[in-house]
Design a protein around this ligand. Structure first.
Ligand code: FAD
Ligand code: SIN
Length: 519
């Protein structure tokens, strides 16, 4: 068949994980980076809080490792965690080399804290850390002549032949044609799957595409029951997905009931700085018990000028919505924020399919266990992008002279039934929110499984007969990823970290990962 693009390395996704991988690859390799939206769009751009690293003489690697293990309820892989933590200071230097200017006080980093950290170790660029990282990584990538950046190209499926990966079939959104990208190595850097839930802090790109593509290709998918809910997203009819950073709580912000009463003391002695699973469950409980639509986050006791310079993005967005953060408490609710599970990888980001790698939120490297500690995700993206690139730079390459199967669209026709996609999309997200949310039980999980399985069947039937569009790609991936989340949740017979099941309220002694593969 005709090959439309051929690269040594194809990177699917242009978030922090994808761009960092690209710029760390040898300039001798031809590299294609595709993004299904604009290059900068993705969770990375919206990251507010920061990136964690031991940068303070009073802090230590052992302490960062212990905090990460404890926050992950001892399910994390200690080797991977140690590797990430020890590489963190170097990751900060790499970002600085690319142009990121972290906030400083005097001649040292302005390190802040968030839930689970026992020391100030979160480096940030005011409250626009992700934006600064993305703009600088993109500028750096553009300097590399071997890197081609292609936006509005949505990967549909990986090309896997005799259990080796040779690229991907991709929808060119401008022409609506499926084209073939052949590559000797392929890196999935597609981000997470939080759009499986009705309410999320994530942008529209987080539809679990990489996880679903890897699953269909035969990869192991690990620990997908651990969806992290961020405790504080702005509750406002016009504030789609707007996050109120945990670093506000790091700087002293208080959670309040509508009456103005504090409540975190009832749940954890660390109060507002308990890990996210605890704070999100506490808010969820208060809202359910009292029937509140939201709780409040109060920061108004801080100096207005300081708030504006430390949190310019949040101040501006709230002000656009008519909320003066320096004078009034913010209405907040929990929302799906982060996918702790993903495509199983080792420290070099290799999946179990030769030539296929996964980096960033799409991957399960084992560093987050049952709950990710705040600001460890950007760190994971940078550290594992580097180890992935290093592994590829040092590896041998298959030749691409063999036959790549032809994309077959001979039996499909344009759909006159687009309402079906919109309906199923909404149904999945509603089921996931109501049945597979912050607090779970067996009945709701079983019911969700039954419904999601049925939806998968309908989507498969639709996929067989209608032409592929971006909406259909995302619906198919959301349906499959949601099914994996529910299957994983049903198979865990305990409560641990982010997975809280009222029918199995205790944590087991045995620490086991949940691994799902396509049967
Ligand atoms: P993303 O940045 O999400 O990028 C995914 C890329 O994949 C995009 O380019 C997208 O277009 C592309 N893509 C997806 N599917 C396809 C497809 N089928 N074909 C082609 N391209 C595709 N973490 C921290 O550590 N610190 C923070 O302060 C922090 N704050 C956050 C704030 C918000 C609002 C959010 C949503 C997350 C935050 N996180 C934070 C989490 C962190 O930002 C993400 O986990 C991380 O940025 C993910 O990076 P990534 O490169 O893996 O994916
Ligand atoms: C935040 O700023 O609250 C998000 C931090 C994170 O997700 O790590």
């Amino acid at each position: 068949m005709s090959i439309d693009f051929q690269f040594d390395v194809l990177i699917i996704g242009s978030g922090a994980a994808g761009l960092m991988s690209a710029i760390q690859l040898s300039e001798k390799l031809s590299v294609g980076v595709i993004a299904k939206d604009k290059i900068l769009e993705g969770s990375s751009y919206y990251a507010q809080g920061g990136i964690s690293a031991v940068l303070n003489p009073d802090d230590s690697f052992e302490s960062h490792i212990t905090d990460t293990i404890n926050t992950g309820f001892h399910l994390g892989n200690e080797n991977s965690i140690r590797f990430m933590v020890e590489q963190a200071p170097k990751a900060i230097k790499d970002l600085e080399k690319a142009g990121v200017k972290f906030s400083i006080i005097g001649n040292r980093y302005d390190l802040t804290t968030e839930g689970g950290h026992s020391s100030n170790r979160v480096a940030h660029v005011a409250d626009k850390t992700g934006q600064s990282i993305q703009i600088n990584l993109l500028a750096e990538a553009k300097k590399h002549k071997n890197i081609k950046l292609l936006e509005e190209f949505a990967a549909v499926d990986l090309i896997v032949n005799e259990k080796r990966c040779y690229g991907a079939y991709v929808l060119d959104k401008n022409t609506q044609e499926i084209i073939t990208f052949s590559s000797k190595k392929t890196i999935l850097a597609t981000g997470g799957a939080s759009k499986s839930y009705l309410y999320t802090s994530n942008p529209d790109t987080s539809t679990g595409d990489g996880i679903a593509m890897a699953y269909r290709a035969g990869c192991e998918i690990t620990n997908m029951e651990f969806t992290q809910f961020h405790p504080t997203c702005l509750f406002h009819p016009h504030a789609k997905s707007f996050l109120i950073s945990e670093t506000l709580r790091g700087e002293g912000a208080k959670l309040l009931l509508p009456s103005g009463e504090e409540f975190m003391h009832k749940y954890d002695e660390r109060l507002e700085l308990a890990p996210r699973d605890i704070v999100a469950r506490a808010i969820d409980n208060e809202m359910k018990v009292h029937g509140f639509d939201c709780v409040y986050l109060d920061f108004s006791f801080k100096d207005a000028e300081w708030i504006k310079s430390r949190f310019p993005t949040i101040t501006k967005r709230c002000s656009e919505l008519g909320i003066d953060i320096s004078k009034e408490a913010l209405p907040v609710v929990p929302a799906a924020h982060y996918t702790c599970g993903g495509v199983s990888t080792n420290i070099d980001a290799q999946t179990d399919i030769p030539n296929l790698y996964a980096v960033g939120e799409v991957a399960h490297t084992g560093v987050h266990g049952a709950n990710r500690m705040a600001s460890n995700s950007l760190l994971e993206c940078i550290v594992f992008a580097k180890s992935c690139a290093k592994h590829i730079n040092n590896s041998s390459f298959d030749d691409l002279s063999h036959e790549i199967p032809q994309w077959d669209d001979s039996r499909v026709a344009p759909s006159q039934e687009k309402v079906v996609i919109a309906h199923l999309w909404h149904e999945i997200r509603l089921i996931m929110w109501n049945f597979v949310g912050i607090v779970r039980n067996n009945n709701r999980l079983k019911s969700a499984y039954f419904k999601i399985k049925q939806i998968n069947k309908e989507v498969d039937e639709y996929y067989q007969v209608y032409t592929v569009t971006e909406d259909l790609i995302e619906l198919r991936n959301l349906a499959q990823t949601s099914k994996i989340i529910v299957e994983s949740a049903l198979s865990r017979k305990e409560s641990r970290g982010l997975h809280f099941n009222q029918d199995f309220p205790n944590q087991l002694k045995e620490k086991e990962n949940t691994v799902i593969t396509k049967s």
